[in-house]
Design a protein around this ligand. Structure first.
Ligand SMILES: *[C@@H]1O[C@H](CO)[C@@H](O)[C@H](O)[C@H]1NC(C)=O
Ligand SMILES: *[C@@H]1O[C@H](CO)[C@@H](O)[C@H](O)[C@H]1NC(C)=O
Ligand SMILES: [Zn+2]
Length: 420
């Protein structure tokens, strides 16, 4: 372990953070005003979490929460940078038109929030602690079941789990370690990215910005893992399959060609095919999430399309996606060599993360994350409060106790990552 460096700047940061009113609320409740009583760690955590959840930040509309977080961190002594997204291309393959603005004058131009407690030129920190600030729609207002809260109090709202629980817990964990002097400020950086839910463009920008720098040794990713340390997650591939036929009168099917029929046959074949399995990750699964075709019941459909999400259970991380894509292509050609076109995202095979840290239960998850989109050979940890089973749903929520446990979990992981 490197000797912790306690600088005057750090002590200043620690004491400043006790005097600045956290989350001043517009309705002027008792948390604002002069002569604040010292807030308890629980109050500080819940207050930050609440502010984050209250600000609607569905993907492509993250600027308000980004500004809030940057202000929050800079008022606590961090150096901050709004890392504007330079490209609007990545992951937009399946989206048209791309809703991303790259116009520098556009106030809606999207950015990641970087914050570091060390010197103003951060160099490359040894550890990056990251999560995402975008959420899936619709916005669901913040609510809390008891006041004053206890550990079993439930907090609900969009993003309360995925991933603003992780963001709040990460900020508090790092702050606690800095206050204690157990982490060297130069070693760490917070990176809160946009666009994780779709299409991963925030983490790509971060990845690009690190390309020519000394790589970090480790990265902690915050996503809901029920406070268990993830050993990895499934790979993913998203494809749009289009079928073309020939229109005609439904009474004379042999005179046309039904795009719906060939698409249904192909999808049935895809669903019946074993696309690979592994002991750790189970089966590769296919979700036909969206389909459509034809214009009327009495017209032979000329066009049909389906959008499918494949959760890949085989490796390698870099390449299994191509194996699956080629297999899909074979199946389509087997059903009808002329009817289909297919477009897929980049995709990736199974992603393995570091999970041999003493004191943690482990888990394997089926969802995708930003982990594979940050290039480099750093050690990767994946951990966070709340359950994926409620994230993205109408009852998204977690307990105060699980948020607090996550603060402790992140502290352990930060120390583990920096232990040398
Ligand atoms: C975008 O975010 C702002 C700030 O949170 C919010 O007021 C607005 O309703 C959001 N717009 C959409 C379309 O979600
Ligand atoms: C994987 O698929 C096989 C059949 O293809 C099935 O028997 C098995 O139960 C599946 N495993 C899981 C974990 O779903
Ligand atoms: Zn997430």
């Amino acid at each position: 372990m490197r000797t912790p460096l306690i600088t005057l700047g750090l002590l200043g940061l620690a004491s400043a953070s006790r005097q600045i009113p956290l989350n001043p609320r517009p309705d002027g409740d008792s948390l604002t005003g002069a002569n604040l009583p010292l807030k308890s760690p629980r109050e500080v955590l819940l207050s930050l979490h609440r502010s984050l959840v209250e600000i609607s930040s569905t993907t492509y509309n993250e600027t308000a929460v980004g500004h809030f977080l940057a202000d929050y961190l800079s008022s606590r002594g961090y150096n901050t940078e709004l890392q504007y997204l330079s490209s609007d291309g990545f992951g937009a393959e399946l989206q048209s038109p791309s809703p991303v603005s790259s116009d520098p004058a556009d106030p809606k131009r999207r950015f990641n929030v970087l914050a570091w407690p060390g010197p103003s030129d951060p160099g490359t920190p040894r550890l990056i602690i990251t999560s995402h600030i975008d959420v899936v729609p619709p916005h669901i207002p913040y609510s809390i079941s008891d006041d004053p809260p206890t550990s079993s109090t439930v907090i609900r709202g969009r993003g309360s789990v995925d991933a603003k629980g992780a963001v709040a817990a990460q900020v508090l964990a790092l702050q606690t370690l800095l206050d204690e002097g157990s982490v060297n400020p130069q070693d760490v950086m917070l990176a809160f990215v946009v666009g994780e839910e779709n299409p991963g463009d925030g983490i790509r920008e971060l990845s690009e910005s690190l390309r020519h720098k000394v790589p970090p040794e480790a990265v902690i990713f915050g996503e809901p893992t029920e406070n268990k340390l993830a050993c990895g997650h499934k790979g993913a591939l998203f494809c749009v399959i289009e079928a073309r036929g020939a229109a005609g009168h439904s009474g004379y099917p042999w005179l046309g060609k039904s795009a719906n029929e060939v698409l249904i046959k192909a999808l049935a074949e895809v669903l019946a095919t074993d696309l690979g399995s592994s002991e750790r990750f189970g089966n590769t699964t296919v979700n036909v999430g969206k389909m459509g075709g034809g214009v009327a019941m009495n017209v032979i459909p000329e066009f049909a399309a389906a959008e499918i999400a494949i959760r890949i259970a085989i490796g390698p991380e870099d390449g299994a996606n191509t194996i699956i894509r080629d297999r899909l292509r074979e199946i389509l050609d087997g059903v009808d060599p002329d009817a289909f076109s297919m477009k897929c995202t980049h995709g990736y095979g199974v992603v393995e993360t570091e999970c041999s840290v003493p004191g943690f239960e482990t888990i394997v998850v089926n969802y995708g994350t930003d982990v594979p989109n940050l290039d480099g050979s750093h050690v990767r940890y994946l951990y966070g409060p709340g359950s994926i089973l409620v994230a993205h749903g109408p009852d998204e929520g977690l307990t105060v106790g699980s948020l607090e446990e996550a603060v402790e979990g992140y502290k352990q992981l930060i120390l583990h990552a920096l232990r040398k």
